[in-house]
Design a protein around this ligand. Structure first.
Ligand SMILES: CC(=O)N[C@H](C=O)[C@@H](O)[C@H](O)[C@H](O)COP(=O)(O)O
Ligand SMILES: C=C(OP(=O)(O)O)C(=O)O
Length: 355
């Protein structure tokens, strides 16, 4: 199974490819199509790779008792949880309209599918990949159903443990080679002490042949940027037009200026991660010419003298000479010409070293 794969047409993830940044609009559109479109445009303008929604067929996602339970939270859009969710759910036609709009704007469009009918619907829409929300990460039957569609999958892992994620991996890998796991903690807003970014390392170790990413519910952008340094290849964050709006997710979402800053920072950190090879770079030459030190004579040294450590010191010298890391190799070497006090020690003034 490849460690990198094409998540969206023409867009690889994993390996050395740039991290794929998902702007999770989720239900922060307040059930309003015009706001949803504004958010798609905002995600594009801020540089995100993908605008994402949450798709449910409500009677299939919830049982009757769950639908009629009262929802009295200040974030509620209806007296029962069912009515609340209905307010936040777009119709198939509205999804098609949002998909068209995203294509017009030029950003990838997808959703998490919260039941098998939603998987079918999104598959029919032709979304580039299907997101599996944390709440469905252990829903093995639906995972199997989704994997068999053959579209890439991004599987979040809030509320799960490593044993479950092994089961998920073992199930999905036989059906669909294009999937990745996101570390996630499902609480809003997420406290840094519950983020556990090291799970990214653990996933990379346990599942070395799939890309790993991070779905964050914290405030701010620092933790998400840190996830990149640990090797996150997909990054998902909730976005909002206004954090103070009514809704469970707004407080842990990024406003446009933060999303833009996140994208800029991720791209900057990706460049900065660079190469593991330690060497002097061409861009350091100016600094080296000005400030790098050389071995210098602490005293006048006569031709024929054998060098001792006491005769030598290290300074920024003109011209440049023997580099300081050679100083312990110099004692015992014979000097081929007179050297003045404070002169640079150069290799051509010394007898060749004996092997
Ligand atoms: C764990 C999980 O599913 N979390 C989702 C993704 O992060 C959330 O967007 C929930 O859908 C949202 O918080 C639910 O809020 P309410 O219950 O007010 O509709
Ligand atoms: C709930 C979702 O995501 P996560 O579990 O990553 O927060 C989702 O994608 O709908």
């Amino acid at each position: 199974m490849p460690l990198e794969f094409e998540l969206c047409p023409g867009r690889m993830i994993g390996g050395d490819h740039p991290c794929f940044i998902i702007a999770e609009i989720g239900q922060n559109h307040q059930g309003d199509l015009a706001i949803a479109k504004k958010m798609i445009k905002m995600a594009k303008d801020c540089g995100a790779d993908c605008a994402k929604f949450q798709k449910s067929e409500i009677p299939l996602r919830f049982n009757r008792a769950a639908l009629v339970r009262p929802y009295t939270s200040p974030n509620s859009w209806g007296p029962t949880y069912g009515e609340h969710k209905k307010h936040l759910e777009f119709s198939h036609d509205q999804y098609r309209e949002l998909q068209r709009y995203a294509a017009e704007v030029g950003i990838f469009f997808t959703a998490s599918a919260w039941d098998e009918a939603s998987v079918d619907f999104l598959h029919g829409l032709g979304v580039p990949f299907i997101k599996v929300a944390s709440a469905d990460a252990n829903n093995l039957k639906q995972l199997e159903f989704t994997a068999k569609k053959g579209r890439p999958m991004v599987i979040s892992s809030g509320m799960q443990n490593m044993d479950t994620m092994h089961k998920v991996y073992n199930l999905v890998k036989h059906l669909n080679s294009r999937f990745c796991f996101l570390q996630c903690t499902s609480t809003y807003p997420l406290d840094p002490t519950d983020v556990n970014l090291r799970v990214i390392n653990a996933y990379r170790h346990e599942f070395p042949d799939i890309p790993v990413g991070y779905s964050g519910h914290e405030t701010g952008i620092a933790i998400s940027i840190a996830a990149i340094t640990l090797g996150a290849k997909v990054l998902e964050r909730h976005v909002t037009l206004d954090k103070t709006w009514k809704g469970s997710d707004h407080a842990a979402s990024l406003e446009p200026n933060e999303l833009a800053e996140l994208v800029r920072s991720v791209r900057c950190v990706e460049l900065a991660l660079g190469s593991p090879e330690k060497r002097r770079l061409p861009c350091e030459q100016t600094c080296a010419a000005k400030l790098a030190k050389s071995v210098v004579a602490r005293q006048a040294i006569k031709v024929g003298a054998k060098l001792t450590l006491e005769m030598l010191t290290v300074k920024v010298a003109d011209p440049k000479g023997i580099p300081p890391e050679e100083i312990f190799n110099l004692p015992g070497r014979r000097v081929l010409r007179d050297i003045g006090e404070d002169d640079t020690m150069t290799a051509d003034a010394l007898e060749p070293a004996h092997c």
